[in-house]
Write a protein that binds this ligand. Structure first.
Ligand SMILES: *[C@@H]1O[C@H](CO)[C@@H](O)[C@H](O)[C@H]1NC(C)=O
Ligand SMILES: *[C@@H]1O[C@H](CO)[C@@H](O)[C@H](O)[C@H]1NC(C)=O
Length: 199
């Protein structure tokens, strides 16, 4: 009887030990995997010279969402740009890891913001456009933007980003002025792009 109980106790002890030993690296692994915002760290080719910043490539993210325009019927009629609203992805087939949007009021002259939405990274960057590169009428231009404000701790994805390039855009352009009928109407123009981060 005593032998039986001690064997059971030994078994329970061994089982719990193996669980604990395995558990911590498992959680650690998941944590790093979830937070690996800078995983795409190899710079692809194709950056135009005029958009090349005086900094080193750090990582890229995929963006998808809308560019928002507002109808202004005061002559001459026009669509004015309101701002973007997009999700950021390490892998476009997986869950978003961040947001892209405009600050309601400029921060040191910058409005375009990219932030992490993961619990394990609280960094963000705000930039202003310093160079545009037109790619036709169907896709919004590529951009070189320069940081006006960083947030986050050392080691976090956006905390040391000094330039952001918007490249390989698809869509996102405003409708024709004919479609601007009611003053104040908003139009959401779907787009995808890549954002390349430099530091
Ligand atoms: C609408 O357009 C007019 C004429 O270009 C401009 O003066 C006015 O500031 C614009 N209104 C808004 C809300 O952008
Ligand atoms: C990122 O910005 C969005 C939009 O303002 C906000 O809802 C979200 O809380 C921000 N996330 C972090 C981690 O700061």
């Amino acid at each position: 009887m005593a032998l039986k109980i001690s064997l059971i106790l030994l078994f329970v002890l061994l089982l719990s030990k193996s669980l604990f030993v395995d558990a911590s690296p498992l959680f650690k692994h998941d944590y790093n995997k979830r937070c690996d915002i800078t995983k795409n760290s190899k710079e692809p080719k194709g950056l135009p010279t005029s958009l090349t910043p005086p900094a080193k490539f750090k990582f890229l993210l995929y963006g998808s969402g809308v560019q928002i325009y507002q109808c202004n019927t005061t002559s001459p009629k026009s669509w004015s740009f309101v701002g973007p609203k997009a999700n950021l992805f390490v892998n476009p087939k997986k869950k978003p890891i961040g947001d892209h949007f405009f600050q309601p009021t400029p921060v040191n002259g910058g409005r375009a913001t990219w932030n992490s939405t993961l619990d394990c990274d609280h960094s963000s960057v705000i930039t202003k456009t310093i160079q545009t590169y037109s790619v036709g009428t169907k896709d919004i231009p590529w951009l070189l933007t320069q940081t006006t404000k960083n947030k986050g701790d050392k080691g976090e994805a956006f905390s040391d980003v000094s330039y952001v390039v918007r490249i390989n855009t698809k869509g996102g352009v405003s409708p024709s002025v004919d479609e601007c009928k009611t003053n104040g109407d908003l139009f959401k123009s779907y787009y995808t792009t890549q954002y390349w981060y430099f530091h």
